[in-house]
Design a protein around this ligand. Sequence first.
Ligand code: XMP
Length: 321
Amino acid sequence: MDIQEIQLRDLDVKRFIAEKTREISSLVGDGTAINALSGGVDSSTVTLLAHRALGSRLKTYFIDNGIMREAEPERIVALFRQLGVPVELVDAKAEFFTALKGVTDPEEKRQAITDAFYKEVFGRLVRESGTRYLLQGTNYTDVEETVAGIKRQHNILEQLGIDTQKEYGYRVIEPVIQLRKPAVREVARALGLPDEIWQRPPFPGPALAARIIGEVTPERVAIVRQATQIVEEELSDTRAFQYLAILHEDRVTGMRQGKRDFGLQIEVRCWESTDAQIGSPTRLSFDTLETLAERITTEVPGVVSVTYNVTRKPPSTIEAV
Ligand code: XMP
């Protein structure tokens, strides 16, 4: 890999911010750039760096792909507007669900999301805006895992030999590609992003689609979205690295009102990790696990079974897909 990692202990945050701001300015020149904000630490950091570098020559979009968490698009757009960064919300739900229809293989799912995002949605936005640059928050771990062949992270393009200029008609700028998550957080904090953003647990690029085993349909997203909200409400106090709900494809026999109910299964994962490279399950109390099971089976329609995953990474990965 020819990208040089900057380790947290070697990071001079102020210098990094100054250098990256300069770099973005000189690459874009007097042109314009666009970027996609998801509200995660990486894309939020890139949004602020690029906003500093380009001001109104940066156009930031939040792509509502239909697979984000409850009320997430509106909340993030409002938060950045408060920070003085205008963000346009783009409704791309139909494009993503069409691309995901009938797809069950994990890598094909990622490819479908990548194509919908870069080719269709951003291809269109780039054509409409006449810009030549897309800024995005690829980090060092994303590249490493993709190049190692573990999972194709949705934002990896050039490192896989994809010429974005040829394929999509724009160049990609990746200001935090040399940093792992803890270092990106330090930059985010120094840029003045609120605690809620720089401390935010990671959330995958393919969003809730990374937590649905089998086909991603609007109905199945609604189920995992509701379970995710419960898991986040119940586990945010743990300060674990990440906590999530996964919807399984297999059904199991359960019972409701004295009758058989061949229902859905939700798996809960809660991870201790520092940079997502390795991880171990959080030792949640049995009371917490019981609360999760109780709430998910009563509040999420159709769910009759809740399990807690106690596997380490490796051999597991953090997300299910
Ligand atoms: P995995 O599941 O590979 O995740 O252990 C490592 C970290 O990266 C986050 N993340 C992604 N995971 N596809 C993924 O499977 C993606 O495109 C992606 N983007 C980010 C994940 O949430 C975990 O923190």
